[in-house]
Write a protein that binds this ligand. Sequence first.
Ligand SMILES: *Cc1c(COP(=O)(O)O)cnc(C)c1O
Length: 385
Amino acid sequence: MKERIYLDYAATTPVDPRVVERMLPFFTGTFGNPSSVHWFGQQAEAALESARETVASALGAQADEIVFTSCGTESDNLAIRGMAFTQRERTGAQRIITTPVEHHAVLHTVEQLAELNGFKMDLLPVDQYGMVDPEDLRHALRDDVALVSIMYANNEIGTINPIAEIGKLCLQRGVPLHSDAVQAAAHLPMNVVRDQIDLLAIGAHKFYGPKGVGALAVRKNVGLHPSQTGGGQENGRRAGTQNIPYIVGLAEALKLTVDDLEARRQRYTARRDRLIAGVLGNVSGSRLTGHPTERLPNHASFAFERLDGNHLLMLLDAAGFACSSGSACKVGDPKPSSVLNAIGLSQAWTLGSLRVTLGESTTLDQIESFIEVLPSLVTKVRGAA
Ligand SMILES: *Cc1c(COP(=O)(O)O)cnc(C)c1O
């Protein structure tokens, strides 16, 4: 059987076996409902609160500021919807400032608030690397802003935003800041106090935790309309019986990640830089997308001139390499990446994106064989056009 090489860790990661171990008892033995008064409930409640403390300390937050959700997408939705409605009630503010390179969990949420609920969406420009210039935000922060939502690090092109500067500006103007840190939390030290982030969203499956569980850090002084109503779980911010095994898994995965952050950064950076040099050196009409240095340590992304990126992905898959375009489009119906449009790439480039993201089991040998195989596949795709 051909070796299959997974290079799509920004899409999802396998669950760390140590995380699985921690989760298992909570499916059967410790199965209680944490809202129950009896012993079974209290056991579950203790696990829940201990997970909450672990997550809080990993994010520089207080335990009662952590809300568990069903995924990163839900955390983004809860933050944006919850805050937009709260702020409008409080101040009448209607504008939501965000960027054109956000994940759809953010962009489509703000778009819907604009379409159905009378909010106004303001898109900040981003530079050629997809980075926000705090000066642009400063000018956009007029009086009628309900909320700012700017991602910590970009999933498609890996660029890290100057989020602490952004946080400072928002604090000065008294406008709440939400940041989608679903990619960033896997690789960068998070601290909501240092960065002045009011609402920080994470999802476990990007850092070797299970799919279907996420968290939102909500700073104490910040009010938030629940987007899911029912029981009073999660301090009344997210109704529904908590998924204890998955929450325990999220906390364990985050703890393991944070403990190993610096070592991982070093392991990844060397391989990533070899990958970037190898691709740019061996493939004509190629360029790096996203920032050359202010980028996630495991993240390489490229654009190729005059190339159908999805066709390339298929050939890579057939050759045993699992990669991504970073954007969602179908073979035969190529659509330009809106992120690549936003960073100013011309039509000749926006169809040919490739994202290669490294993980714990990625070896230098795998990188070398990827670099070896890629040029001929690119030539083949260009020849077929
Ligand atoms: C994966 C991802 C999400 C969505 O998280 P889910 O847990 O899959 O819902 C949101 N934002 C970013 C930046 C992501 O990478």
